[in-house]
Design a binder for this molecule. Structure first.
Ligand code: GLY
Length: 574
């Protein structure tokens, strides 16, 4: 059905959108074969499409989009954050780039605890001490060094132009900036003027960022050294001193992103290529898919009592493993083979019953033969991250998820540099057992150590079918990232829908602790909900989960986009 749906939508699109060829409006399917970008902001999508059209490949477009998002989507787009890239070439070679932030050398296990051992509220979430050593600029530089086709300066220039000339705020952005005003003042007193103005921000308001343009110009001209050395590094360190931050010049100089082997698993004949640790995303996604694979989800129905039940039960078991076993593999040995072994995953579902919910209190991490790190408690993770998906003319594909962690990160601007610092340190288990911002708990595997990368949930993913590209996807959403990507894959593969329908569908999420099934309002039929409540499931409705930006390649080779209506996300193709 999805192929026919896509085909029919493609034909409709040719007719309806001939007058806007080259640009797919938000959430509109298009008949494009030469390339496509789907990002969180129309200006960033325009930049990416222009790079593809001038002969750049998917990685060139990714680099340009990452820098453009730092200008036009400052709540999550960044130069002082981090992220992960999953890449698949048109020939089928795959790689994964880890440009996750690291704990500074002066970081220590108990740095967010008071003398009585209690967590000091907000210290890991806002302000200078919440900042990890940024990875994004090095990540883009490495990605470009390995795969880039166009010159580096041509990829950074569009972001400089957007910063110098200004961009128009969407209504959502204007409202967000108005909400952040108090924090921007609080965490940047007394010097800050960035994103502050007399009166309220309004839709269509123009934001010019001259200091950010200067920083980007240094990055354009000096590559990674334009950020990790010299003037910008000095500004970061000076900013650290204002608020007792600990990122040093040496931390910046020593930062390096790491090429890792992507995690590849199979789900119903599709190859799932995703991010390995220090993201928990790939492991958890592959565990979830394998755990539900024996069930005919299509037959059970879409968001029906039975399909929700089996997916939620898999989720609570997977998140229990996440809390106990996952962390930075360079610091903690992770038994991926065991965690992903079919027999192990089958055993995890052995106590699942159609008759009643398994209480989370009865679920512990699975027993592995060699490694036991627990105990752990789940904590809450920030949801303000961003994802973009790209396919170029040759068929190379990039999935990047990148973040400052919280919305606008630490809320601290580097004065003179014009950019925001991340608050990624909160993704560590700041006190093993105590929940973070997303309610996720972590154990020893994710405890703070100098130079270590904090565990992430980001799940940039590429799906392959019969040796060909099939889907590129990912989403922000903190702890809900993994279950959102899981549901999109199931929507497309099991329920056979087109990309936008898969993205639009209501979402459900369980993360073991709390023992609650979160659902988007209107995401589940109320009768299904009541029935599941009678079986012992605890439901809580919440606002939107995730903002998926995805591309499906139809069997006619058209690129079918899914740009999430939960945000200002936009797909553009040619
Ligand atoms: N900061 C959100 C994540 O990395 O999962």
């Amino acid at each position: 059905m999805k192929c026919w749906t896509s085909f029919i939508l493609s034909i409709l699109s040719i007719t309806l959108f001939a007058c806007v060829q080259g640009q797919v409006g938000q959430n509109v399917s298009g008949a494009y074969k030469n390339g496509m970008v789907v990002t969180a902001h129309p200006e960033a999508s325009k930049v990416g499409l222009a790079i593809l059209k001038k002969g750049g490949n998917a990685v060139d477009a990714a680099v340009a989009i990452q820098f453009a998002l730092a200008v036009v989507y400052p709540n999550a787009g960044n130069i002082a954050g981090g992220g992960f890239m999953v890449y698949r070439s048109a020939k089928g070679e795959t790689s994964a780039l880890d440009f996750r932030e690291k704990a500074p050398a002066k970081a220590s296990r108990n740095m967010y605890l008071d003398s009585a051992g209690n967590v000091i509220t907000d210290l890991s979430i806002s302000g200078h001490l919440s900042t990890g050593v940024p990875g994004s600029v090095d990540g883009m530089f490495e990605a470009h060094k390995k795969y880039g086709k166009l010159p580096w300066n041509e990829l950074v220039q569009p972001a400089i132009d957007l910063a110098n000339n200004g961009f128009e705020l969407t209504e959502r952005q204007a409202n967000e900036l108005n909400r952040e005003r108090t924090d921007f003042i609080k965490y940047n007193a007394p010097t800050n003027t960035y994103f502050l103005k007399k009166g309220a921000w309004e839709k269509g308001g123009i934001v010019v960022q001259s200091d950010l343009a200067k920083t980007l110009t240094l990055i354009r001209d000096k590559g990674r050294d334009g950020f990790y050395d010299g003037e910008v590094a000095d500004l970061i360190v000076k900013e650290m001193q204002v608020g007792k931050g600990i990122v040093s010049k040496k931390d910046l100089k020593d930062y390096h992103s790491i090429w890792r082997k992507p995690l590849i698993g199979n789900y119903k004949g599709y190859e799932i290529i995703s991010m390995p640790p220090p993201s928990s995303g790939g492991v958890a996604l592959l565990q979830l898919l394998k755990m539900v694979e024996p069930y005919d989800l299509r037959k059970l129905g879409w968001n029906t009592e039975k399909s929700i039940q089996v997916m939620v039960e898999a989720e609570r078991r997977v998140y229990a493993d996440r809390a106990a076993y996952l962390g930075d593999p360079d610091f903690y040995k992770i038994s991926l083979l065991e965690l992903l072994a079919p027999a192990y995953l089958k055993s995890r579902m052995a106590d699942f019953s159609w008759d009643e919910a398994t209480p989370s209190s009865a679920v512990k991490e699975g027993k592995l033969s060699k490694y036991q790190f627990g105990p752990a408690i789940m904590k809450k993770e920030s949801e303000q991250t961003t994802h973009f998906s790209i396919v170029d003319r040759e068929g190379n594909a990039v999935a990047i998820t990148t973040t400052l962690n919280n919305s606008y990160g630490s809320k601290v601007f580097v004065q003179g540099g014009g950019f925001l610092l991340n608050d990624e340190m909160d993704d560590f288990s700041i006190k093993p057992g105590v929940p973070n911002m997303y309610g996720l708990v972590g154990g020893e595997a994710n405890a703070i150590q100098p130079g270590k990368r904090m565990l992430s949930s980001m799940t940039p993913t590429i799906v392959e079918k019969d040796g060909d590209l099939f889907m590129v996807l990912g989403t922000p959403g903190g702890s809900t990232i993994i279950t959102t990507v899981f549901q999109i894959i199931v929507n497309v593969i099991d329920h056979d829908v087109d990309m936008q329908t898969a993205v639009d569908a209501g979402r459900v999420h369980n993360q073991w602790l709390p023992d609650t099934v979160f659902y988007e309002k209107k995401g589940i039929d109320s009768l299904v909900l009541r029935s599941l409540e009678r079986k012992g499931y605890h439901f809580k409705s919440r606002n939107a989960m995730g903002r998926v930006d995805a591309i499906l390649k139809t069997k006619w080779d058209y690129l079918d986009p899914g740009a999430d209506k939960r945000g200002d996300d936009s797909a553009m193709g040619w």
